[in-house]
Design a binder for this molecule. Structure first.
Ligand code: FAD
Length: 284
């Protein structure tokens, strides 16, 4: 459980971190909370020759509102997000997500940017951020670009991020007032990673459901928006029969994972159960 030898640099700014990334090349890795990278290094799954620690960069730690968006610095910890009144009041689902991650130690050190960059298929953040229609701001030597969360995840532990870029910010549009959201998961009992996690956001207009967004994590190699469930509820009045029929469509069009925690069939069943619970919670 001892990692191979590495050089350690602590960056004081995003520019310094980017300069170090370009100087040290592909053997260098960003270190944020270390709660995914360090276990992987101890198991020798990952052996970077250089670590660039971004955890003390003040410019990466903030939660604020700007032009109708909630803006979160990539270095903000899960605990800071769980405790944020702005997040809790504006999009409760995101505060709920943060609070369900791991244990206190994990939440105190782990960051939202680190979780997104790591792209663990069982990570919690992707579902909530997909349902909230968020964007990820990625910064490299030539400037910043914004990528919709729906385009960011490319596969198992694979994202749109290049080796010379850093996630710097997450931008979440503030939903209209008559919007409800929740995140529910069936969790692995030791780590609390999501075996199946379902985030939903629904706006109500004269009783009908609008802008229905349903997203899953844990179900397949890549987190996804479930258009089948969304379309079955969009524009409809959410009575119990409609919600049950919509939930029954969950995970119908994805390749569901099976492992020692849950078989494919059981995971698909859980996706339907958790879609129904989450939709019922926000529509009844
Ligand atoms: P690090 O471990 O420092 O880095 C992870 C990866 O992301 C590395 O490849 C690193 O180079 C890269 N990286 C980090 N920050 C950036 C950035 N800003 N830009 C570009 N690349 C970056 N997660 C859950 O979602 N749910 C859980 O229930 C859960 N339970 C856990 C239980 C335990 C015991 C542990 C150890 C972890 C658990 N986690 C869980 C994972 C946890 O949330 C991690 O904190 C998170 O996945 C990674 O964030 P980090 O800041 O620690 O990143």
């Amino acid at each position: 459980m001892i990692p191979s030898e590495f050089q350690y640099y602590r960056a004081g700014s995003v520019k310094e971190a980017l300069d170090l990334l370009s100087e040290k090349g592909p053997d260098a890795k960003i270190l944020a909370g270390g709660h995914s990278l360090l276990p992987a290094m101890k198991l020798r799954f990952n052996n970077p020759a250089v670590l660039i620690d971004i955890s003390s960069i003040p410019d990466l730690c903030y939660i604020r509102e700007e032009e109708g968006h909630l803006i979160v610095g990539a270095g903000t910890t899960h605990a800071e997000l769980a405790a944020s009144q702005l997040i809790g009041d504006s999009i409760p689902m995101l505060a709920e997500t943060a609070a369900t991650i791991g244990d206190l130690q994990v939440r105190n050190k782990g960051t939202i940017g680190g979780s997104l960059a790591h792209a663990d298929p069982a990570a919690d953040w992707p579902a909530g951020l997909l349902a909230a229609d968020a964007e990820i701001v990625i910064t490299g030597a030539s400037g910043s670009r914004a990528v919709a969360v729906v385009d960011f995840f490319k596969g198992l532990f694979t994202t749109d991020l290049s080796e010379s870029e850093i996630i710097t910010e997450i931008r979440v549009p503030r939903p209209p007032g008559n919007t409800l959201s929740t995140y529910l998961k069936f969790e692995q009992p030791a780590s609390r990673f999501a075996i199946v996690g379902c985030a939903v956001m629904v706006t109500r207009n004269n009783g009908a459901c609008e802008n229905v967004r349903v997203a899953f994590t844990g179900v397949s190699a890549t987190p996804f928006r479930d258009n089948g469930v969304e379309q079955a509820l969009e524009g409809k009045s959410p009575d119990a029969v409609t919600v049950a029929a919509a939930s029954a469509k969950a995970a119908a069009n994805v390749e569901v994972m099976g492992d020692h925690f849950a078989s494919q069939d059981y995971r698909r069943h859980l996706a339907r159960v958790f879609a129904k619970r989450a939709l019922t919670a926000v529509t009844s």
